[in-house]
Design a protein around this ligand. Sequence first.
Ligand code: SF4
Ligand code: SF4
Length: 143
Amino acid sequence: MVTAIFEAPGAPWVHPCLRCGACCAHYRASFYWAEADDATPGGVPVELTQVLTPHLRVMRGTERKPARCIALQGEVGVAVSCSIHPRRASVCREYPPSFEDGLHNPRCDEARQAHGMAALTPADWSGFEPDAPPPVLTPPRAA
Ligand code: SF4
Ligand code: SF4
């Protein structure tokens, strides 16, 4: 279970998104259709998307409420990862967790609060080590 990684004594700092996933289970993740791999090799797996408009595709599961992206693995608020992290759409890459780069993202707050979690604060990034190896798991959204 991935939660074991987080609970191990002396475990390293964990990216907050790996314990969250709220935005992937709250917002519609839609993007320009040509980001999918039927148009762009190595792009978003088209089978995980559906047509939204003539110009947009959407990650399956996020077109409805309650939303949950088909690519989101794990339990929201406990331990999650994105199964297509290297191939996620621009809408996912360009969604910063609040204060990761020092800037507040109210949409991150909204998603977390919708799932019963407190908004991130600058203190949530105090353990971040720029030179640390990348996480074993793949956080949803930015990272
Ligand atoms: S980051 Fe991954 S799990 Fe989250 S909405 Fe994007 S594709 Fe889905
Ligand atoms: S960007 Fe915010 S809402 Fe999305 S997974 Fe990260 S902490 Fe959670």
